[in-house]
Design a protein around this ligand. Sequence first.
Ligand code: ZN
Length: 165
Amino acid sequence: MSDIIAENVVVTINYTLRNDAGEVLDTSEGDEPLTYLQGFGNIVPGLENALEGKRVGDKVTVAVTPEEGYGEKDPEGLQVVPRDAFPEGATIEIGDNFTAELDDDEFVTLWVVGVEGDEVHDDTNHPLAGVTLNFEVEIVELRAAHANELAHGHPHGRDGHAHHH
Ligand code: ZN
């Protein structure tokens, strides 16, 4: 029944992601393929839309704009947080991300871009904000999602039996 990629289908893909300069930013090559649940925002919207309706064996090349990817870069995104706002003993390294709660029950993801003495420099921008995402994808496997995967909004591994949270 899951011959084509549609909502509620668990999709396994091999992929390579390059920026406009052709540099590889991420790839499943030499690693496990990526498994995600179509229709639940597990992957960026531009890629999810491009894969809709595809079949096993199909190869898809798509350039995803920042609007359909990780967003435009917000120049106001940089902030400085005192080191002691973090749990004592926590290691904080460039590239780490964490979730901070704002006043009004809103949450924001911050990416560490620098650590200087007692100050941690963070950015609300995803590291790939403002970047056009050039994906090359091959569809490896499709299957229907299990009920608990639909309830969680993500797949439980390629075979649906992965143990997690
Ligand atoms: Zn789950």
